[in-house]
Design a binder for this molecule. Structure first.
Ligand code: COA
Length: 261
């Protein structure tokens, strides 16, 4: 299913495993992720979750072929089930961002409790350039995290975020040599596993609870517009252009224009 799932020593590891497509996430992959997260929530033996990519790429975001050929029409979609399962989790989630991340590969970081990023990785959210709108509650959570001005730069202009920027604005905990990203995430998971489970999960719930309802509402409001936009001429043209290898994204693509701290 292109998601590798393993549980070892109380840690659920989820790994995007579609490197030939830059780990682009299909509907089937969202369904696997949602099922794994729901199962982890009710499995007492799972104490922490690590989500990782492949060397050089975390994920290129939603599969653009799915958007083109099979655009979601309503909220009863694997991607929405995945987002809901993520938001509902009380167990801690650690992102091992092994390389570039695009779209939902970036917005999901707003729902992780810890995140480690590979040196040289670039994070981009090119929703608007694709004729779309931001998703996964990012219209609410990103401005809260980094301030409106910086969020607008990333979400409206689609400015890439360098690893230094991501660290500077508090999107990730550390920037590491690529080979150290997964081990550091696993180390953090092992530390969490060794702590009292109830205390960890209650603390996470207290940290997240004030924003949970707002986040759920934002996810729905964003997605309703998103599914309309997917059928817009702007988006259809941008998606076709991607597969025809014409420029769709802002000049520079994954090159950050400058390090803004
Ligand atoms: N959906 C579907 N396929 C994707 C994809 C995506 N999101 N991202 C990459 N791929 C595929 C490419 O079509 C290509 O397939 P092919 O070898 O069969 O032609 C393969 O993955 C490699 O991608 P390529 O673009 O050649 O790699 P790159 O290293 O030059 O660039 C990215 C990597 C991630 C910068 C670039 O692929 C990209 O911009 N992808 C789209 C990201 C995006 O817009 N995501 C959605 C956000 S809402």
């Amino acid at each position: 299913m292109a998601i590798d799932t393993t549980i070892q020593d109380g840690v659920l590891s989820l790994r995007f495993a579609r490197p030939e497509k830059k780990n682009a996430i299909t509907a089937a992959m969202y369904a696997s992720l949602a099922a794994a997260l729901r199962a982890a929530a009710s499995d007492e033996s799972v104490r922490a979750i690590v989500i990782a990519g492949s060397p050089g790429v975390f994920t290129a975001g939603n599969d653009l072929g799915d958007f083109l050929e099979n655009p979601p029409a309503d909220l009863d979609q694997p991607v929405v089930h995945f987002m809901d399962a993520f938001v509902d989790l009380d167990k801690p989630v650690i992102a091992a961002v092994t390389g570039h991340a695009v779209g939902i590969g970036v917005t999901l970081l707003l729902h992780c409790d810890l995140a480690y990023l590979a040196e040289g990785a670039i994070l981009t959210m090119p929703f608007v350039a694709l004729g779309l709108v931001p998703e996964f509650g990012s219209t609410t959570l990103l401005p809260q995290r980094i301030g409106h001005a910086r969020a607008a730069e990333r979400l409206l202009l689609g400015e890439p975020i360098s690893a230094a920027d991501a660290l500077g604005c508090g999107l990730v905990n550390a920037v590491l040599p690529p080979a150290e990203v997964v081990p550091r995430a696993m180390q953090a998971a092992a530390r969490l596993r060794a702590l009292p489970a109830d205390a960890v999960q209650t603390a996470k719930r207290l940290l997240r609870e004030p924003q949970r309802e707002t986040t759920r509402r934002a996810i729905r409001a964003e997605f309703e517009v998103f599914v309309e936009r997917l059928r817009s001429p702007d988006t259809r043209a941008a998606l076709r252009a991607f597969f025809e290898r014409r420029a769709t994204h802002p000049p520079g693509g994954l090159q950050p224009s400058a390090d803004r701290r």
